[in-house]
Design a protein around this ligand. Structure first.
Ligand SMILES: Nc1nc2c(ncn2[C@@H]2O[C@H](COP(=O)(O)OP(=O)(O)OP(=O)(O)O)[C@@H](O)[C@H]2O)c(=O)[nH]1
Ligand SMILES: [Mg+2]
Length: 275
C-alpha cells in the first residue's frame, strides 16, 4: 500500500500528553505520520514533542489558517482529546469540518470526563460528542474505566489515571494503524471499541483481549464487524473461541502477522451495538 498522509492531532493538555506518549513509543514510525498538538496556551509548547503546535489563543481566522495548513494533504486524521476541556470544545468542530473539506477519513479517540469533574466539563463533552457525529470511526472512553487498570492500588491519583489514559490512547492508535497498514478497507467503523491482550498461545492472548478492561462483558456479541490481529501462534483454537462468541452473520477479519516477540499479542477492534 502506498504511504498515505496521516495526521495525529492531540488536543488540549491531555491530547498533547497522549501524543507525546505515542511519539516516545515510536507509534507511526515508517509511516507518513505527522503529530500535531493543539492547545490554548504556551503550556502545550512546554510539554509537546509534536512536529507542529497550534495555539488557540489567536484570532479565529489565524487559528483556522494554522489548522488547515497543518492538515494539508491529510488522508486520515486522528483526533485525540479529553473532551471535557476548553481546547477540545474549540478545536474539534473546526478539525471535523476541515477534514470533511479534505475528504479525509476521521478517527477519534476521546475520553469523557470523570463523573466528578465540573458541570462545565460535562457540557463541553456533550457538545464535543455532537460535533463528532459524522466522524468515520470513534472510540469514546469513559474516564471511570481507567480505574479498572489500577485495581490493585488502594489510592490512585488523577495524574496516574491520566497516565493510564495516555497509554491506552497510544495503544489504540497503534492498533488502528497496524490494522489499516495492510488494507485500506477498514477505515470506517462508526462507534467502535478496541482491546488487546497477551498470552503464551494465540488462544490465551485472545481470551485476554476480550477481557480488556475497557470492554463490557460480552459486548463483542453485538458487533457486526470484528477485526482481530495476532502476532503469532496456532490460531485455530483462538478462532473457534471467537466464532462461538460472535453473531453468526458478523463479519470477521482475521490477520496473523508473525513476529518474534516472547508473547503473542492479540488486538481487537469491533463496532458497537447501536453504531
Ligand atoms: N488522556 C488524558 N486526559 C486528560 C489529561 N488531563 C486531563 N484529561 C481529561 O481531558 C479533559 C480536558 O482536560 P485538558 O486536556 O487539560 O483540557 P484543556 O483544554 O487543555 O484545558 P482546560 O479545559 O483548561 O483544562 C479533562 O476533563 C480530563 O477528563 C491527560 O493528561 N491525559
Ligand atoms: Mg487542563
Amino acid at each position: 500500500m502506498e504511504k498515505i498522509d496521516i495526521k495525529i492531532v492531540g488536543i488540549g493538555e491531555g491530547g498533547a500528553q497522549a501524543v507525546n506518549k505515542m511519539i516516545a513509543a515510536g507509534v507511526g514510525k515508517n509511516k507518513n505520520v505527522d503529530f500535531i498538538s493543539v492547545g490554548k496556551d504556551e503550556n502545550i509548547m512546554l510539554v509537546s514533542a509534536a512536529q507542529k503546535n497550534i495555539f488557540l489563543n489567536r484570532d479565529a481566522t489565524t487559528i483556522y489558517k494554522n489548522i488547515s495548513a497543518a492538515l494539508r494533504d491529510a488522508k486520515i486524521i486522528f483526533i485525540v482529546a479529553g473532551i471535557g476541556g476548553s481546547a477540545a470544545t474549540q478545536a474539534i468542530p473546526r478539525i471535523v469540518s476541515l477534514a470533511k473539506n479534505l475528504n479525509a477519513v476521521t478517527v477519534a479517540f476521546v475520553d469523557k470526563p470523570f463523573v466528578l469533574e465540573s458541570a462545565e466539563r460535562k457540557k463541553n463533552a456533550e457538545y464535543c460528542l455532537s460535533s463528532l457525529r459524522d466522524v468515520d470511526t470513534k472510540f469514546i472512553l469513559p474516564a471511570e474505566k481507567f480505574f479498572l487498570f489500577r485495581l490493585n492500588q488502594s489510592q490512585v491519583s488523577l495524574s496516574e489515571l491520566f497516565d493510564v489514559a495516555d497509554e491506552i490512547f497510544c495503544q489504540g492508535v497503534k492498533i488502528f494503524l497496524d490494522m489499516i497498514a495492510k488494507s485500506d478497507s477498514h477505515y470506517k467503523w462508526g462507534k467502535a471499541a478496541f482491546g488487546y491482550g497477551y498470552g503464551a498461545t494465540a488462544l490465551e492472548a485472545i481470551e485476554n483481549a476480550v477481557k480488556f478492561p475497557l470492554l463490557e462483558q460480552d459486548e463483542i456479541k453485538h458487533a457486526k464487524k470484528i477485526f482481530i490481529r495476532l502476532t503469532g501462534g496456532n490460531d485455530t483454537p483462538a478462532k473457534n473461541f471467537i466464532k462461538k462468541m460472535i453473531q453468526p452473520d458478523a463479519k470477521l477479519f482475521w490477520r496473523v502477522d508473525n513476529s518474534h516477540g516472547e508473547k503473542i499479542l492479540a488486538s481487537i477492534i469491533f463496532n458497537h451495538k447501536g453504531a
